[in-house]
Design a protein around this ligand. Structure first.
Ligand SMILES: [Zn+2]
Ligand SMILES: [Zn+2]
Length: 370
């Protein structure tokens, strides 16, 4: 088969590779769409080496065409349409078990990064546990976007616990930033999009931003404060990976607010007292998303807004009551949750019991995040 490698210095090469064969717990995907993530650009633009031997691409989406001998029907079936949570881990540490295999204690393998072949090829071999079902009404292109960029936006919004009555500022309106704007607006928040490109500012407005800021024309911190009665945004997500944006993201956060760095590049310089301590500001870093991103697909596939609102109402009330994730919720409430969940997402592959809904963090997290 043909695969694409990044040689550095903006050069790519089509190379012949042997068709992959699955290990006992692997599957082979026929790739239908493979996205270019912002992270790929680092490999694309790095110094020329000419020695890269790995297939690039970590936003895979395709169809299962071959199964390893120990892959069960509940893991995957031939012809399944799937996205890929593009990390493999030991499978048994607490991070792998909770769907965060990118944090694996044994060291994760990131497909398409030089540790494992990626998706810019006809076929790709992945561990069956990395598969995320793709609903029929989602295109392969959409699935590829969800497999990293859009999934990352969703993961960051879950992480910061955005509420529908809050103001969210999003620095950078590339694929991750635009997805953040779109999800944030759909979750009911007032979104302020910060972006240097006029085309991307236009797209941000189309995707639901309430206001846009051009940081080359105005100071973004001052502009955010003017749009928020001098207080700043409740939550800020920085996706640009630029030093000035990172600093402005923290300074544009209001007292008791949260600033979240999503992009991997860019340093930040802060005056800790006035920027953080004396304003009770929380700063955190966030890396992609939990494998339960399957809920992203289901959320994205709904054409009606009513489903969103039903789930949002439920999730925000959970957050307001500040329930810890693993606490036991009442059986009656759990039944309501399950009813709503099944009503909204009838194709959930595994039956979920009341006990599971109360006790398993990924389920609760997925529900809360929508
Ligand atoms: Zn990525
Ligand atoms: Zn692990």
């Amino acid at each position: 088969m043909i695969g694409i490698t990044f040689l550095g210095d903006r050069q790519v090469e089509l190379r012949e590779f042997v068709d992959p064969t699955p290990g006992p717990r692997d599957v082979i995907l026929e790739i239908k769409a493979s996205g270019m993530c912002g992270t790929d650009l680092h490999a694309y633009r790095r110094e020329f080496t000419g020695t890269e031997h790995f297939i690039a691409g970590h936003e895979p989406c395709g169809v299962v065409v071959e199964l390893g001998k120990h892959v069960t029907e509940s893991d995957a079936k031939i012809c399944d349409r799937v996205m890929v949570h593009h990390y493999d881990g030991c499978g048994i540490c607490r991070h792998c078990e909770s769907g965060w295999s990118q944090l694996c204690d044994e060291g994760p393998i990131t497909y398409g990064s030089g540790q494992g072949h990626g998706a810019h090829a006809h076929y790709m071999c992945v561990a069956s546990h990395t598969l995320v079902p793709l609903l029929d009404d989602l295109s392969f292109l959409t699935g590829a976007a969800i497999s990293c960029g859009t999934g990352t936006a969703y993961g960051a919004l879950k992480r910061i616990g955005l509420e529908g009555d809050e103001t969210l500022a999003v620095f950078g309106q590339g694929p991750v930033g635009l997805s953040t704007t779109q999800f944030g607006a759909a979750m009911g928040a007032r979104v302020i999009a910060v972006e240097t490109s006029p085309e991307r500012r236009e797209l941000a407005l189309e995707k639901g931003a309430h206001a846009v800021i051009d940081p080359t024309e105005v100071d973004p911190v001052t502009a955010i404060q003017e749009l928020t009665h001098g207080e700043g945004a409740h939550k800020v997500i920085e996706t640009a990976g630029v030093a000035q944006a990172r600093t402005a993201a923290v300074k544009g956060t209001r007292k008791w607010g949260t600033a979240c760095f999503v992009a991997s590049g860019g340093q930040v310089t802060l005056d800790v007292g006035p920027d953080l301590t004396f304003r009770q500001v929380t700063v955190l870093g966030h890396w992609t998303f939990q494998r339960t991103a399957r809920l992203i697909a289901r959320a994205s596939s709904r054409t009606g807004r009513s489903t969103w609102i039903a789930c949002l109402h439920m999730s925000s009330s959970w957050i307001r009551r500040k329930r810890p994730i693993n606490c036991s919720i009442s059986r009656r409430r759990a039944r309501v949750c399950l009813y709503r969940l099944e009503e909204s997402y009838p194709s959930i592959p595994h039956p979920i019991s009341t006990r599971d809904c109360c006790g398993i963090a990924p389920t609760a997290l997925g529900l809360r995040g929508i």
